[in-house]
Design a protein around this ligand. Structure first.
Ligand code: UD1
Length: 434
């Protein structure tokens, strides 16, 4: 069984280079099916979620080619329509972003059938706002054949869509469905995350006419046709934030390269507030920490608020800080599943409703841990790196979905971690690191 084995207690030091943003890549790769021409997409993170989505796009009949490890060429001109427009396999059911193929295929072919999205079990995660948007544009949407979502339209016509909740997925999906619709679509109460701007920039480089991405009103004027393009994806804000908290929690000194510091402001300001030092450069940040950090209060919010995808990593850091911290999770209702695992390492955290009350302890003790989801899995790795003694983290399939070469990058910073596949390999690691 694949798992990480970690010996904690090393302050991480050195440099790490951040990959392209997973959540931007998922929207952009799906968007490439909106044109018959070739799209060359650079800085695609090499993670399980992007590989699964690319396989699904290939399964639709598109030509997908890796030009190098992070550059992908997609040519969707070979998609025939009809039965091609049905996306279902055991892998696609596991990733959340499969829903972007609904918007993109509906936009281009006016028909799509996609297996209901999976992803991390961090809450209910409905898709009612996606459906509301598609229906506003004139599509009919129903659930068919055991969990397939089918969206179809004679014609898509631009409309005014008001989002009842701020949702990243639905904002991107409605943009995908609307770029080729007739007339003007306005999305109000849109999400403002950097990856929404990135998907909009990609679509505009294909010839779309989208204005206002990054604000809460996005205006899309439909065009007749989109063309091929070359585009480079922005750096991953959450991977960067994960390494920032890793540096802070281990009392290290790490230069995090290939980032957009502006996208990290919510994270940087919380780390500064608790006593770590974050220095910002043009396209990198340095995070340093020595001595015990302090407590704070955090509430997760849509961008530019503190990201829900950074909540577990920050909790792991605060559980080692002096005093009582409170974290309120306002986006997903089931995002404290890592707390039981952390408690087994000595953490003193009490969850009440959507808040966690954290009483800081001096240090964690190593334990055998199970990753409950992607970001919580990364957070447990941080805890293990900061802990005394050995830990293992199982169910790392979640972590591999969203972090490229996670253990390799940590080793390069001096962290003692290895991905092992058997008890024998685990014992060998223990003997080697002593
Ligand atoms: C995306 C990210 C995920 C991140 C989240 C919030 C991807 C593939 N995943 O997820 O990593 O944690 O944004 O930044 O990009 N909601 C509804 N109805 C809907 C859609 C959403 O009520 O139709 C609710 C959700 O339950 C949640 C909130 O809106 O409470 C935000 O969800 P959303 O932003 O859509 O998250 P995802 O797109 O699923």
């Amino acid at each position: 069984m694949e798992r990480y084995v970690i010996k904690g207690g090393v302050a991480l030091e050195g440099e790490v280079t951040i990959a392209g943003a997973k959540n931007a890549a998922l929207g952009i790769l799906a968007a490439a099916v909106l044109t018959d021409e070739e799209c060359i997409i650079e800085n695609v993170p090499s993670v399980e979620d992007t590989r699964v989505l690319l396989r699904a796009i290939e399964g639709l009949g598109a030509k997908v080619k890796y030009i190098d490890a992070h550059t992908v060429s997609i040519c969707a001109g070979t998609i025939r329509g009809g039965e091609d427009l049905c996306v279902d396999d055991m892998y696609i059911r596991k990733i959340r972003a499969s829903y972007y193929l609904l918007g993109a295929l509906l936009g281009k072919y006016h028909y799509a059938e996609v297996a209901l999205p999976g992803g991390c079990e961090i809450g209910l995660r409905p898709i009612d706002q996606h459906i509301k948007g598609f229906e506003a544009l004139g599509a009919s949407v129903d659930i068919v054949n055991g969990g397939m979502v089918r969206a179809q339209a004679e014609q898509l016509i631009g409309r005014h869509v008001y989002m009842d909740v701020v949702t990243v997925g639905a904002t991107i999906n409605i943009m995908l469905a609307a770029v080729l619709a007739e007339g003007k679509t306005t999305i109000e109460n849109a999400a403002k995350e950097p990856h929404i701007v990135d998907v909009a920039n990609f679509l505009n480089s294909m010839g779309a006419n989208i204005k206002g991405a990054g604000t809460d009103v996005i205006r899309i004027r439909g065009v007749q046709k989109l063309k091929g393009t070359e585009y480079s994806i922005i750096p991953d804000q959450i991977e960067a934030g994960t390494f920032m908290t890793m540096a802070a929690a281990t009392g290290g000194n790490v230069l995090i390269k290939n980032v957009i510091p502006k996208h990290l402001e919510a994270i940087s300001s919380k780390l500064n507030e608790i006593g770590a030092h974050v220095l910002e450069y043009d396209d990198s940040v340095r995070v340093m920490a020595d001595g015990r950090l302090k407590s704070t209060q955090i509430k997760t919010l849509p961008y530019p608020g503190f990201p829900t995808d950074m909540q577990p990593q920050m909790a792991v850091t605060l559980a080692l800080s002096q005093g009582t911290s409170i974290i309120t999770e306002s986006i997903f209702e089931n995002r404290f599943k890592y707390v039981n695992e952390l408690s087994r390492m000595g953490a003193r955290i009490k969850v009440e409703g959507n808040s966690a009350v954290i009483n800081g302890i001096e240090s964690y003790t190593g334990a055998n841990l199970v990753a409950p989801d992607l970001r919580a899995g990364a957070a447990l790795v941080i805890a293990a790196l900061a802990a005394e003694g050995f830990s293992t983290v199982e169910d790392i399939k979640y972590i591999l979905r969203g972090y490229e070469d996670f253990d390799g990058k940590i080793r390069a910073l001096g962290g003692k971690i290895e991905l092992v596949d058997s008890d024998k390999e685990l014992q060998k690691f223990k003997l080697r690191v002593g």
